[in-house]
Write a protein that binds this ligand. Structure first.
Ligand code: C2E
Length: 959
């Protein structure tokens, strides 16, 4: 059986769910990204620092060189200023004006004046002092002296425009930008200084016009000349003044991107540019002080510059990337290490869920994990799996059992919705023969027996009131139209919040049980043999009748007892007796109405509860009919039996009485009827109670007498008819009742038999008689009477044995007298007991012979030694002819059977005379003695011995 677990989480929650892999990746990213960011930032900052350092280096180079150039220019300006301030007239070598390449020193000793700078007429040309000449040796160029008038002269055009005016106006050394010398058509630079010596005419300017590389020599000696570093000096118009690399080629040429540099509007800084040969470069620049915008630039190719800071950066970045890759790889490996057991556990759990019960095989186990928590989880899962599997196996076995039961039709498994409407029922068809669909919803209710419908209504009300249990026994109709008892049980299945989700339950087939219960109930309330209600049920009927009588509906109770039934039972046997009882029951049933009830109260006692009795005469009428009907002969097994019936009647008329009281009164009435004779009917009379009370008291007294040993024995002699010798004594029971005198057996013996106390009384008699007999002269026997109840009692033989053993009396001295009536019950057990007693040596006597339904067969089948002729026959001796004949016949019959005969109730000598003439050997009676207490026996024996001596003269006989 597969178990399907449904996802019950809301969709929203499911949508937000991510795999563990995603979370692990997120975890890695969260851990790595800040480091990567920090590393990137560091690299970026390092790169910036590298770049800034490189740029600063360039700028510093530019500044350093700028200071050198400035120093150099200042030096030149200082020399020229020195020249200009030299005292005396300036004497210039005219030839030097045309020779640009001649060093200034060569003009020493000559006047160096160009045609354009011929001194005015009013001016005096002075010669330069020697020391100045030496200083001027550094300046290889054309040193010219100009005057104010030169400003307007053409000669002054060898200088850039406005330079003289600027020098004169500012009265300080003035440097020009590059300009092309008219004469040589070469680029030149001019440095002008106003002459301000004492005695010199005003407005004179000493100007030095030189090729720019002579003025700026620093670059020629700079180490960068041979390095990758490019240094240049440009003038204020962006023309190259000096250059470390290929100056001859580039000096005088304009630099590219000059406008870009100008746009920076800074004295120093860094900027990128394109060289004249088109290569990208980066420069550090520094403007020169005291110049018309000259700039020193120091730079290198951009490629080289970038390479300088990018290479270490690339190394750092490469290292970082490698480290990152390693970290990511390691993290991925760790994530996989974590993920693998989780995935394995998840897959295992999924397989468990899907494979469970499919083929009964467990999915392969999950490999152990190196991670402690996962290993613990795996072990827990394995343990849980084992437990779940065993539970699932037990559950499956249980389900199989229930299903099998359902399939076998012994059990219906049903399921209902929250409202308890059946949605599925398995086994309904097998149980009822009706289709399973007929059980769905509330359709099954139609199949319930109408008498059980109120239970369903009650159940429905209970469930509506919140009842949570179904347990109902009812009958349902099968397909064959029969009613079958079932037990329906069910209980709700609630969710976690206690709301009923569904109902489940079973329907059991309890038909057999109910049938058995019905049978048991029937047996409990009915007599098994006749099918009539028994005493218990009859009592309930009486309770109902009493209730009805309280409402005015009068009734009657008839108790009846069968006359002579015991005789039929004893003579024809129990099976005939049983059939007779059944026939009696049938006749009674046929006599009464449906509303009446006939019961068998026990034995041959029956009762009728008659309903709707208007007057006592109605009850009497029924009683008379009952007597008449039951008295009609019965034909059983080819034999005819005739019995009668006596009926006691009590009216149920609303008087305060219960069922037992009614039965008791009906019994009293019956007792009265029987007392009146057979076939009589009597109504209950309240006076009957007094007699009954006396009987009850007798019962109680008897039971107490057994305990208190209030009994005693009197002994009557058994006389030899011919010799008048004493053969022995018959023990006769007496009850010395406290305050009641001495009671004879007739007064209590029958009641003692009824109550069963005759058995212990009889045992006492046996022991007492045997003990007493041992005190008599040897050879005397003692005769003890046995009742029918004693005879039936299984302990008789043992009781006799005990009495003999206890007294020491020889068994042959004991005679047991059994009445003919007691022997009518010819059971094998009684016969066997008597044989065993005979075997002991005990004498067996049949008493009261002739009073019962005796037969020859009775004499032959029982092991008697003697037959005692009843005193009713003895009484007729000499008075009636048939009396003599009976005694003679019995005596001769017994003689022929080898049995001795004895006569009781011999009261007269005539009777004794007649008996002696017959074959009767023994006699007892008042003629010899009445029964006397044991203490009187010795005297009696003496008297009787004297009688025997007298022989024929019954002297000493008590009257
Ligand atoms: P039963 O065995 O036939 O005893 C003889 C009865 O006849 C005695 O009556 C006795 O008193 C009486 N009887 C003796 N001679 C004469 C006579 O000449 N004329 C008249 N009219 N009666 C005479 P009892 O003692 O009242 O006993 C009555 C019956 O009670 C006995 O009849 C016997 O069946 C029974 N019975 C007495 N004692 C016992 C006993 O211990 N056990 C049992 N089961 N029955 C006993």
């Amino acid at each position: 059986m597969s178990v399907v677990v449904q996802q019950s989480e809301p969709k929203k929650a499911t949508a937000r769910r991510r795999g563990l892999r995603t979370y692990l990746i997120a975890l890695i990213l969260v851990a790595v990204l800040p480091a990567v960011g920090a590393a990137g930032m560091s690299v970026w900052r390092a790169a910036t620092a590298y770049r800034d350092a490189s740029a600063t280096r360039l700028l510093d180079t530019a500044r350093t060189l700028a200071r050198s150039v400035e120093n150099e220019l200042e030096g030149s300006a200082a020399i020229l200023t020195t020249l200009a301030t030299a005292p005396g007239p300036v004497r210039l070598d005219p030839g030097s004006a045309t020779d640009d390449h001649k060093p200034a020193g060569k003009a020493r000793g000559k006047s160096a004046a160009s045609p354009a700078h011929q001194p005015d007429r009013g001016e005096k040309s002075d010669e330069l002092p020697i020391w100045l000449d030496r200083l001027g040796g550094r300046l290889q160029g054309n040193i010219q002296l100009h005057t104010v008038s030169d400003l307007r002269a053409q000669a002054a055009r060898s200088l850039p425009d406005g330079m003289l005016e600027t020098a004169l106006r500012d009265h300080r050394p003035t440097l020009s930008n590059l300009f092309v010398d008219h004469a040589s058509q070469m680029p030149r630079v001019a440095l002008a200084v106003p002459r301000s010596t004492a005695g010199a005419p005003p407005g004179q300017v000493l100007a030095l016009v030189v090729p720019p590389q002579q003025l700026v020599r620093t670059l020629q000696t700079s180490p960068s000349q041979h390095s990758s570093l490019l240094v240049a000096v440009t003038d204020g118009t962006g023309h190259v003044v000096a250059r470390t690399h290929e100056p001859e080629r580039f000096v005088g040429r304009p630099v590219p991107d000059w406008a870009k540099l100008q746009a920076l509007q800074a004295d120093s800084g860094i900027f990128e540019a394109i060289t004249t040969d088109g290569k990208p470069v980066i420069f550090g620049f520094q403007k020169l002080r005291g110049t018309p915008g000259w700039v020193v630039v120091a730079g290198e190719s951009l490629e080289l510059f970038n390479a300088r800071w990018q290479q270490p950066l690339m190394a750092v970045a490469g290292g970082g990337t490698l480290a990152l890759a390693l970290a990511l790889g390691l993290a991925a490996w760790l994530a996989r290490t974590v993920l693998r057991p989780v995935q394995a556990l998840a897959e295992h759990a999924q397989r468990l869920a899907s494979d469970e019960g499919e083929d009964g095989r467990a999915p392969p186990p999950v490999a152990p994990s190196t991670i402690e928590e996962f290993e613990s989880l795996r072990r827990s899962l394995a343990t849980s799996e084992a437990v779940l599997r065993s539970r699932a196996a037990a559950l499956a076995a249980g389900q199989r059992r229930y299903r099998r039961l359902a399939e076998a039709g012994a059990l219906v498994l049903w399921r209902g919705d929250a409202a308890c409407a059946v949605v599925a029922a398995t086994g309904w068809q097998e149980l009822t023969g009706q289709p399973n669909e007929d059980a769905s919803g509330a359709r099954w209710v139609r199949l319930v027996h109408p008498a059980d419908q109120p239970q369903l209504i009650e159940l429905r009300e209970q469930l509506a009131a919140g009842g949570r249990l179904i347990d109902l026994e009812c009958r349902v109709r099968t397909a064959q139209g029969l009613w079958r008892w079932v037990r329906m049980r069910g209980a709700p299945v609630a969710d976690a919040r206690g709301r009923i989700e569904e109902w489940v339950g079973v329907v059991e087939d309890i038909d057999e049980r109910r049938q058995a219960q019905a049978r048991i109930a029937h047996l409990a309330h009915h007599d098994a043999m006749t099918g009539l209600v028994n005493r218990m049920q009859f009592r309930e009927c009486l309770d109902a009748a009493i209730l009805r009588a309280g409402r005015g509906e009068q009734g009657a109770v008839l108790c009846l007892d069968l006359d002579r039934f015991k005789e039929v039972n004893d003579t024809l046997g129990h099976s005939v007796g049983d059939k007779l009882l059944c026939m009696v029951a049938d006749r009674l049933r046929a006599l009464v109405r449906e509303t009446d009830t006939v019961a068998r109260l026990g034995g041959d006692e029956f009762a009728i509860q008659q309903s709707n009795v208007n007057q006592p005469a109605d009850a009497m009428q029924l009683a008379v009919r009952v007597v008449a009907e039951l008295s009609a002969p019965y034909e059983i097994n080819g034999e005819q039996a005739v019995i009668g019936a006596s009926v006691g009647i009590v009216m149920v008329d609303g008087r305060d009485i219960d069922a037992d009281g009614l039965l008791q009164n009906a019994d009293l009435a019956l007792y009265r009827a029987k007392e009146e004779g057979r076939g009589r009917c009597s109504f209950f009379d309240p006076n009957m109670n007094a007699r009954m009370q006396a009987r009850r008291e007798m019962e109680l007294s008897l039971r107490r007498a057994v305990i208190d040993q209030e009994f005693e024995l009197h002994y009557q002699p058994l006389m030899d008819v011919r010799s008048l010798a004493v053969n022995g004594f018959e023990a006769l029971l007496r009850w010395r009742r406290p305050g009641g005198g001495l009671l004879m057996p007739e007064a209590f013996l029958a009641r003692a038999e009824d109550l069963g106390v005759i058995v212990p009384i009889g045992e006492w008699v046996l022991c007492e008689a045997c003990a007493q007999a041992t005190t008599w002269p040897a050879g005397l026997r003692v005769s003890v009477n046995l009742s029918a109840a004693q005879l039936r009692h299984r302990g008789l033989f043992a009781a006799v044995q005990r009495a003999l053993a206890a007294s020491g009396l020889p068994a042959s001295s004991l005679e047991l007298e059994i009445t003919e009536r007691a022997l009518l019950e010819r059971s094998d057990e009684i016969l066997e007991t008597l044989h065993r007693l005979r075997g002991l040596g005990v004498q067996i006597t049949m008493g009261d012979f002739g009073t019962g339904h005796w037969s020859l067969g009775l004499l032959r089948s029982f092991p008697f030694n003697k037959v005692k002729i009843d005193r009713s026959f003895v009484r007729d001796l000499g008075l009636r002819k048939d009396g003599d004949a009976i005694v003679r016949g019995v005596s001769s019959l017994c003689d022929s059977l080898g049995l001795a005969t004895s006569a009781e109730g011999v009261e007269t000598a005539a009777q004794l005379q007649l008996l002696s003439a017959e074959l009767c050997a023994e006699a007892q009676g008042f003629l010899f003695s009445e029964a006397l207490p044991a203490v009187e026996i010795p005297a009696l024996l003496a008297t009787l011995q004297a009688l025997a001596a007298a022989r024929g003269r019954p002297s000493g006989i008590r009257a």
